[in-house]
Design a protein around this ligand. Sequence first.
Ligand code: ADP
Ligand code: MG
Length: 266
Amino acid sequence: MIELDTITKVYTKGFLRRQKTIAVNNVSLSIKKGGSLGLVGESGSGKTTLGRIALRLIEPTSGMVRFDGVNLTALSRSALRQIRPRMQIIFQDPDTSLDPRMTVRNCVAEPMKIWNLVGPHEEEDRILELLEQVGLQPDLIGRYSFELSGGQKQRVALARVLALNPGFIVADEPTAALDLSVQAQVLSLIKSVQKKTNLTLLFISHDLQIIEQMSDTVAVMHKGAIVEQGTTRDVLKTPKDPYTKNLIAAAYESETWLGKERGRSL
Ligand code: ADP
Ligand code: MG
């Protein structure tokens, strides 16, 4: 269970830090254990900032984050370190988390070594098990990550995350950089892994159609605030907020909603 309670984030910059951007404005939401919440909104609406605050990768200006009842915002560095492997992120660009000069074996082994999760004798088996879980052939184990396709890299990035047995994952536009055909495969992989392992998922996207596929509940973000939230079905069927209505109308207009061809953005 993840709970965000009245989160605000103000970025400051410039002379005497006088230039302020309110990136997240008084946001509350929760995701039940094993649930998937889709956070949707246009670029600059504050999604990434909120996702990182949920993992305490950045500090909120005010408000509280709870993970399984533990107030993350009050944890010391060492207490946070204990809980860290349980909360992970998948980035839009897999190159953010993969070193091109490392083999697939080392990419997947690295987090397990850092967190001391496997002995040297179990390591190879565990890596192979994870590769299978993310749909990669075992013979890729010796490849360098720069040799992989975008979809394969994102699968390796997912294997790295799953190696830590996380309870909560933030996926921040994880397929936005991939070709459409590959996008669909990676999305259904994330979805099936989430269901199988009872992961709590915060799935960020600017694409409502992807959110519909990935999430039971949805929160619509606009200029730092949540303007509407509810079950994905209700919000898409009977949106109440004018911004949500626009988002849906724009999606219909620019693409064939649930049709054959899907574009990348609203
Ligand atoms: P999204 O992920 O929805 O595109 P972001 O969370 O990245 O939104 O950004 C929200 C707002 O905060 C934007 O106006 C952005 O320019 C600003 N912002 C994001 N990160 C920083 C930062 N590190 N410093 C200053 N402003 C930032
Ligand atoms: Mg973003």
